[in-house]
Ligand binder design. Sequence first.
Ligand SMILES: Cc1cc2nc3c(=O)[nH]c(=O)nc-3n(C[C@H](O)[C@H](O)[C@H](O)COP(=O)(O)O)c2cc1C
Length: 126
Amino acid sequence: MKQWGHQIVHHFPDFATAHATMTNASQSLYNSPVILFITIPKDSPDWSIFDAGAFTQTLLLTATNRGLGSIVTYNSVRYPAVLHQVLTVPNDQRFIVGVSLGYVADEPINHFRSDRVALNKLLHFR
Ligand SMILES: Cc1cc2nc3c(=O)[nH]c(=O)nc-3n(C[C@H](O)[C@H](O)[C@H](O)COP(=O)(O)O)c2cc1C
């Protein structure tokens, strides 16, 4: 996360621009025309978190395959009480994440590509 923060700042001309751009993106929920909300029943077992993640991953891959950009956001589910009320989602559902979807604008923020951890740091054969 620290490395990501460092890299994103250097993606922009200066810190002030980076900060303003990221804050604005977050506050505008990434200017996406559509947000999908992933929910699970509140009384479901912990395994359902795994299912929701796998489901979301498939969703993201499908969106990409169809030419859509996507971003998983915790920000969009920070106030679940508001979402329950505004979206009339039953109270027995728990919001896990939001997925912003849309066609990607040709903006500097969308040209940022984060580094990936080397495979040998993640995968260990015993
Ligand atoms: C569960 C989860 C929640 C996230 N929430 C946010 C968020 O609220 N705001 C945000 O800018 N990025 C959030 N991210 C990160 C983005 O979805 C995405 O991973 C990030 O833009 C980096 O993209 P990259 O993995 O291709 O580098 C979240 C990621 C995950 C997995």
